[in-house]
Design a protein around this ligand. Structure first.
Ligand code: HXC
Length: 515
């Protein structure tokens, strides 16, 4: 064949590869309101930067009449490109090809990309739209999945891994995203291990795809997803935004932006944000937004365990992770779900050199059999463990309550936090005044002439003694009592001071976090 003809042949193959499962299936995909695998990549990456890899790979299955059914590229589009000018690897599952189901060749394409991303130290993004293991390929497909899972694990903590669920994500397709750092679900997409038919056969329970594994189910209930997006374009925009807060790999720092917000900005409203009554709630978001750059907060796991807030923000242009109790939900208590949510976020930040700023207003752990039987001890310990092992720069601000074990857990000085502040409204003690007095003075209150008056007086005395930050400050467990209005400049100074922190854990294979 002459060179000219070879070029023509290449063009022909390229045109064929672009078609995926063909025009009819592309139309069906569009009719469902969904983009194709390639359209998604184009919408996500910086314009014109995508370079496809393995465009001509085909599956190798000959059973079930599959030999006559090969499609160039098989069911996944892989390659690399740029987001905000930074290199990323990307794979996008193509539902138009055998329902995006995974063959051995398809898995090999993803594995090759995972190896490249790990070696190059760049984030990897998976756009998921798949019916799971390709049934026709049998164990080859299971082998392929496991090869992908292995690489997810080996990449964990080295490069950021982000998954977007754009359509169905069934069976084996769910475990790879579950092991990545962030899962974003588009409304109308689903994640499930076993579909409604199997559920019905096994449990006689009738559920829809949406009830079983819809975007809000996994955002609110299971916590599998970190973000929900109304549309595919919003989801892709969210990935771009998320990447602005996180570094390319564990040896680099997050990108720094020009800070427009005054570093010395005081927020006088913060001086009155904590109500006089210790049982009155307030919204911790207001404190967070009042102190961070331009009030721009990217909340992670927004719909799950809302008694704890986690997310990304900036101080003086530099990215931080925020962890904060939320007094307006369940009075800000820690429980199983919030501890898990917090632990995962703290560990992400620690993997990727992102300093952590913690805001504390926590009355303790949630009591009750549901919590005890559900393992609040081991789950609460996850958050404690995560903070204790974190060696990134850490600043903590106690705004009001820091009671009992929750004081210890919430990035206290004793967990190796670097700079710990308290507002004058802070109350730091083993437990709240009411509970403490009931235990300490049970007999005295019972025997008093006026038990109610006696109890009130004892509560007042206890409050006077412990419900303030000064006892803790006198022991050096907090570094300074600061005015709420000066919180932003004080955090920025502290982060500046500790930015070159180098701390390590003892050498070991790995710790044994209570999973
Ligand atoms: C092969 C598949 C497939 C699969 C879908 N298709 N899933 N082909 N293997 N796993 C094919 C369909 O046969 C169909 O082909 C085309 O893709 C589109 O599928 P539809 O069913 O028409 O689409 P839709 O109605 O939108 O339903 C999508 C779906 C459904 C919900 C994903 O296809 C489905 O339930 N698929 C099976 C999901 C599942 O149980 N997967 C688990 C596999 S086991 P034609 O040619 O007819 O259009 C597994 C275990 C791995 O993954 C464990 C590893 C740890």
């Amino acid at each position: 064949m002459k060179i000219k003809d070879k070029l023509k042949h290449l063009e022909e193959l390229e045109r064929k590869a672009l078609l995926g499962g063909g025009d009819v299936r592309i139309k069906t995909q569009h009719d469902k309101g969904r983009l194709t695998a390639r359209e998604r990549i184009d919408a996500l990456l910086d314009k014109g930067t995508f370079r496809e890899t393995d465009k001509f790979v085909t599956h190798r299955c000959t059973d079930f009449n599959m030999a006559k059914n090969t499609i160039l590229g098989d069911g996944v589009v892989t390659g690399f490109g740029k987001i905000h000018g930074r290199a990323v690897c990307i794979f996008s599952e193509d539902f138009t090809v055998f329902g995006g189901s995974l063959s051995k060749a398809y898995a090999e394409k993803i594995c090759k990309l995972q190896d490249l991303a790990l070696k190059m130290g760049c984030p990897i993004i998976g756009l998921k739209d798949s019916g799971g293991a390709r049934i026709q390929e049998g164990v080859d497909s299971l082998a392929g999945y496991t090869d992908v899972f292995l690489r997810n694990v080996l990449s964990s903590g080295v490069i950021p891994q982000i998954s977007a669920i754009m359509g169905p994500c069934a069976g084996g397709a769910v475990y790879s995203p579950a092991m990545t750092d962030f899962v974003i679900m588009v409304q109308g997409s689903h994640m499930f291990l076993t579909g409604p038919d199997v559920v019905k056969a096994a449990t006689h329970e009738e559920v829809t795809f949406e009830e079983l594994g819809g975007a809000m189910v996994h955002n609110e209930k299971s916590g599998v997803a970190h973000f929900a997006a109304e549309s595919e374009l919003e989801c892709l925009g969210l990935i771009r935004r998320l990447l602005q807060f996180i570094p390319n790999n564990n040896l680099e720092d997050s990108p720094v932006t020009d800070a427009n917000d005054d570093m010395n900005r005081m927020d006088l409203e913060l001086d009155t944000i904590v109500p006089d009554s210790p049982n009155k709630p307030y919204d911790m978001h207001e404190i967070i937004k009042g102190v961070i750059d331009d009030g721009e907060f990217l909340e992670v796991h927004k719909y799950n365990a809302q008694n704890l807030i986690v997310g990304f923000a900036r101080f003086a242009g530099k990215a931080v992770g925020i962890v904060a109790n939320q007094p307006s939900v369940l009075a800000g208590v820690l429980d199983i779900d919030s501890a898990q949510k917090g632990a995962r976020f703290v560990r992400f930040c620690d993997c990727f050199n992102i300093p952590i700023v913690t805001f504390v207003d926590v009355p303790g752990f949630l009591p009750g059999t549901a919590q005890e039987w559900g393992g609040v001890i081991k789950n609460g310990a996850k958050l404690l463990y995560a903070f204790c092992e974190a060696t990134v720069p850490r600043v903590t601000v106690i705004t009001r309550k820091a009671y009992g074990g929750a004081y210890c857990v919430m990035s206290s000085k004793h967990t190796r936090a670097d700079i710990n502040f308290a507002w004058p409204s802070a109350e730091i003690a083993v437990m709240g005044p009411d509970g403490a007095v009931k235990i300490l003075y049970k007999k005295r209150i019972k025997e008093a002439k006026d038990p109610k008056a006696e109890e009130k007086q004892l509560v007042d005395e206890y409050t006077e003694k412990f419900a303030n930050p000064f006892v803790t400050a006198s022991k050096g467990y907090i570094d300074a009592v600061i005015r709420p209005s000066e919180t932003r400049p004080r955090i920025i100074e502290a982060l500046d001071m500790i930015q070159n922190k180098r701390d390590t854990n003892p050498p070991r294979k790995h710790g044994n976090i209570p999973l």
